[in-house]
Write a protein that binds this ligand. Structure first.
Ligand code: ADP
Length: 190
């Protein structure tokens, strides 16, 4: 069932889904699934810090001095160190409980904040991981629905400067969940 990458045109903009390692995919800005402490972690966060080098953590140290923690649903921007990008947008996803504790709103807010920050910085292309679907336990299909819906809504809005948003999905299961979500929300791609 998989066409990978899957490229969907939304007006003059593009939404793409592809499987792979987000640290290897060039883009102006890369989204990260960080934690509130902004101190790095496992999963995609660990991969981004490993590939990007220590400059990213040095910037996060300074941000932490200023704001303390980053709340779930929010994001902060740093440079991208050695990654094939200019900026990393560190978004803090919600920890999933049962879906009735504000998780969908917080998850949508992560994607919205990444796109806002990317736009403010002047990024034209943005890659995003499946925030909260790893250690934070958000069920894949539900998370994919929120992620695709939020990104499509913004790509349809005239004011965003982003031209291309790519979900980079680590493995077959997340890729297929995002593909199902895009079929549900946008209809099957021709
Ligand atoms: P969270 O704590 O927000 O759940 P995780 O990093 O544990 O964050 O997982 C989020 C998603 O990122 C998961 O779907 C996981 O498979 C995926 N992931 C892990 N490593 C990478 C990577 N190098 N590139 C893209 N996605 C990744």
């Amino acid at each position: 069932m998989s066409r990978d990458p899957l490229v969907i045109t939304i007006g003059e903009r593009t939404l793409a889904l592809q499987s792979g390692d987000i640290t290897k995919v060039p883009a102006n800005a890369i989204g990260n699934a960080a934690n509130s402490a902004l101190r790095g972690g496992g999963g995609v966060d660990g991969a981004i810090h490993r590939a990007g080098g220590p400059a990213i953590m040095r910037e996060l140290d300074a941000i932490r001095e200023r704001i303390g923690k980053c709340t779930p649903g929010d994001a902060v921007a740093t440079g991208a160190g050695d990654l094939p990008a200019r900026w990393v947008l560190h978004a803090v996803g919600p920890i999933y409980r049962d879906g009735r504790h504000g998780e969908p709103e917080a998850l949508a807010s992560c994607f919205r904040r990444c796109m806002e920050l990317a736009g403010e910085l002047g990024a034209r292309s943005l890659t995003l991981p499946a925030i909260s679907t790893g250690v934070y336990g958000y069920p894949l299909d539900a998370a994919a629905d929120v992620a695709v819906r939020t990104v499509v809504e913004i790509l349809k809005a005239p004011e965003t400067r982003l031209r291309r948003v790519t979900f980079v999905l680590f493995g077959k299961a997340p890729f297929e969940a995002f593909q199902r979500a895009s079929n549900r929300l946008l209809g099957p791609t021709p």
